[in-house]
Design a protein around this ligand. Structure first.
Ligand SMILES: CC(C)(COP(=O)(O)OP(=O)(O)OC[C@H]1O[C@@H](n2cnc3c(N)ncnc32)[C@H](O)[C@@H]1OP(=O)(O)O)[C@@H](O)C(=O)NCCC(=O)NCCS
Length: 230
């Protein structure tokens, strides 16, 4: 289970082998898992997780509520966007979520990126990696997630951004696996995990909405498959 523990400790991210059984972990094989635990004295500046990544389709930028909350509250008010996420969000609630995304960055040194379309510069939503803190059972696991305004669906942003998060998540954060949680009827989200090559490994219940969520897991590439550091 080696890994660069000193790096993570410096940033308040401590990797520890999962001690949960497969059943406890909602279907995630314990032998694949390391969990990230929140420590004290976080210093996000020391984590070298990329704050901006430029893809072919969009730019992916560290979440900044001052620049993103307006677009975010708008997309969270759309019943179709929020269909599997508890329904449309009131403006104040969405603004709080926007602040929490930024707090995650400040605390852990990584988090969800804002998706800014390459042509036009509109903010489409978020994608990327973050702790699954909303689920008590997986609060220390890292998930990939996405939420985009409807005008931007069908343009590849969610998949491109999530794919760009894989390398820093496995490389910088050294997580042993990435999870995704998807409502069984959310076919667009399911298609994203399939494009990322994440197989279904189990299911859990959404702690707030009480519906089933399928769990998809991408294990870290084998060490020999990682690019050799210069
Ligand atoms: C889930 C969600 C992010 C998926 O959005 P999406 O646009 O379908 O997914 P992607 O951004 O990966 O785009 C893939 C689509 O872009 C198309 N595309 C167009 N140009 C592309 C390009 N250059 N590269 C890749 N894909 C491209 C793909 O063909 C695919 O289209 P298709 O679905 O018609 O086959 C979006 O539906 C959403 O925000 N839903 C509401 C929130 C939500 O449910 N979140 C998930 C909670 S688990």
């Amino acid at each position: 289970m080696g890994g660069p523990a000193p790096l993570r400790r410096r940033h308040g991210l401590v990797a520890a082998p999962s001690t949960r059984s497969r059943a406890d972990a909602g279907g995630v094989p314990a032998h694949l898992g390391r969990r990230l635990r929140r420590g004290r004295g976080c210093d996000d500046a020391a984590v070298s997780y990329p704050e901006t990544v430029v893809g072919a389709l969009a730019r992916y930028e560290r979440w900044d509520p001052a620049r993103r909350t307006d677009a975010f509250t708008e997309l969270c008010a759309d019943p179709e966007v929020m269909r599997f996420l508890g329904g449309p969000m009131r403006r104040m609630v969405a603004a709080e979520v926007s602040e929490r995304i930024a707090d995650h960055w400040a605390t852990f040194g990584f988090g969800l990126w804002a998706v800014v379309e390459a042509a036009g510069g509109r903010v489409a939503g978020f994608t990327g990696a973050c702790l699954a803190a909303w689920h008590p059972q997986f609060a220390e696991a890292v998930e990939v997630g996405w939420r985009l305004a409807r005008w931007s669906w069908g343009r590849g942003f969610a998949t491109e951004g999530a794919r760009l998060a894989l390398e820093p998540a496995f490389g910088e954060l050294r997580v042993a696996e990435l999870l995704a949680f998807v409502h069984p009827d959310n076919h667009r989200s399911r298609a994203v995990v399939e494009r990322l090559g994440m197989p279904r490994t189990g299911a859990t219940v959404d702690p707030r909405l009480r519906h089933r969520l399928d769990i998809f897991t991408l294990p870290a590439p084998a060490p020999h498959a990682r690019p050799v550091a210069p």
